[in-house]
Design a protein around this ligand. Structure first.
Ligand code: UDP
Length: 386
């Protein structure tokens, strides 16, 4: 891997006698943070991953000098200064601020839901007028919203729900909005100001030079094996370390004995365009259901500090298609409805009894974590270890 000075062990160099304090299964952000902290305390760690590269879903591929987020756009945002300082000690982050544009049948709206959106939708120019309009549209929802549909309508009214939320959400998740948990839509701010920042957090950016620099910095000096499937030789891997940190899917760990948890998967199509700027923003969401993909990502816009790349005549755009998850595919999003949450609790009870194994990260905890949550949880978990 470019600019990677991690020692990648090959199988024949590997010594079966070697013992580790921690075997980390999965080379994503959770385990990279854990390994960094463990190594600082003099612990011996081995990281293995079944993919051919490190970094899990934050992995970037450099195409035409552009850091392409191969598994979907990742923008680091946090309110936690300790987390922000920690990641910035590894690699400086730029001041990228996400301002997503929604495209509904060729009509463009600003996201998240703010005065620009309300003006575009209804021609209302003041917060009071916007509030009045929304209130008039959510009259039928009373009490505490119990699903995504009720939550969305009560926050922004029917017009925005029908134009920017319903069809996007149903293709993204593959199920009806009234079958999805309300918290998913609360990820997006609703504000009565002309502010298109997608996040409310104090700190936001992407690593200068891409996410591989973050992962490589965290894993500097840590032994790592890629293209290496833990489950193919689980007893062997378990025998070489005192503890295992497992960041894969929890149901897979237990051989799906109680059945499958449901996930949403994605398919990415990356295209190089011989032109400087295709869409004028990093992320454009397609919120109608006739368009089979959810969003297009033009990666060069993340790299705001790198003017030559911005001005280069080439650009890379990724089209992101949501797909039904089936065994063997990459699981991206946990579907935290009641059935899945109950099943997860069954697996979690089993996990608690695995004395030598720590379970952490989006897949092992079956939670819709952002990167900041992953870093914070991993730091805390290691601190509990010492
Ligand atoms: N969402 C929507 N319309 C949009 C963008 C998001 O309805 O244009 C909803 C959708 O249900 C989505 C959720 O908000 O799953 C969370 O969006 P976010 O951008 O946080 O998703 P992520 O970046 O994690 O895929």
């Amino acid at each position: 891997m470019k600019d990677c000075n991690i020692q990648l062990l090959t199988s024949n160099k590997y010594s079966a006698m070697k013992r580790y304090d921690y075997l980390l299964v999965g080379a994503g952000l959770y385990n990279a943070v854990f390994a960094y902290m463990a190594r600082e305390q003099g612990k011996r760690c081995l990281v293995i991953d079944r993919r051919p590269h490190l970094g899990g879903n934050v992995y970037c591929e450099c195409i035409e000098g552009i850091h392409v987020h191969k598994y979907g756009p990742h923008i680091f945002h946090t309110n936690n200064k300790a987390v922000w300082d920690f990641v910035n000690r590894i690699v400086p982050f730029n001041r990228f601020t996400l301002q997503t544009v929604a495209n509904y049948k060729g009509h463009l709206y600003n996201l998240p839901f703010n005065m620009n959106t309300f003006y575009r939708m209804w021609g209302v120019g003041t917060p009071v007028e916007a509030m009045r309009m929304i209130k008039s549209q959510c009259g039928s929802i009373d009490g505490f919203p119990t699903n995504l549909e009720e939550q969305a309508i009560s926050l922004v009214g029917y017009d925005i729900y029908n134009t920017l939320i319903k069809e996007y959400t149903e293709k993204q998740w593959g199920r009806a909005c009234h079958e999805l948990p309300a918290f998913i839509i609360r990820r997006l701010p609703v504000r009565y100001t002309y502010d298109n920042n997608y996040f409310n957090d104090l700190y936001q950016g992407v690593p200068e030079g891409g996410y591989n620099r973050l992962i490589n910095g965290l894993l500097q000096g840590v032994e790592c094996l890629t293209s290496c499937d833990y489950f193919e030789k689980k007893p062997y891997w378990d025998s070489i370390a005192d503890k295992i940190v497992y960041s894969g899917a929890i149901d897979e760990y237990f051989g799906y004995v109680h059945g499958h948890l449901e996930y949403r998967s994605l398919r990415f199509v990356h295209n190089i365009h011989q032109t400087g700027n295709v869409q004028g923003c990093a992320i454009m969401n397609y919120t109608d259901n006739a368009t089979p993909y959810t969003r297009t990502v033009e990666h060069k816009h993340f790299d705001i500090n790198n003017r030559p790349v911005q001005e280069s005549p080439v650009t890379v755009v990724t089209t992101e298609y949501p797909v039904q998850w089936i065994k063997g595919q990459e699981p991206y999003y946990p579907i935290n409805d009641d059935r899945n949450n109950r099943l997860y609790e069954t697996y979690r009870a089993m996990a608690v009894r695995e004395q030598r194994v720590l379970f952490g990260g989006r897949l092992a905890e079956y939670k819709y974590y952002d990167m900041t949550d992953v870093v914070e949880q991993s730091m805390k978990r290691f601190e509990n270890e010492i």
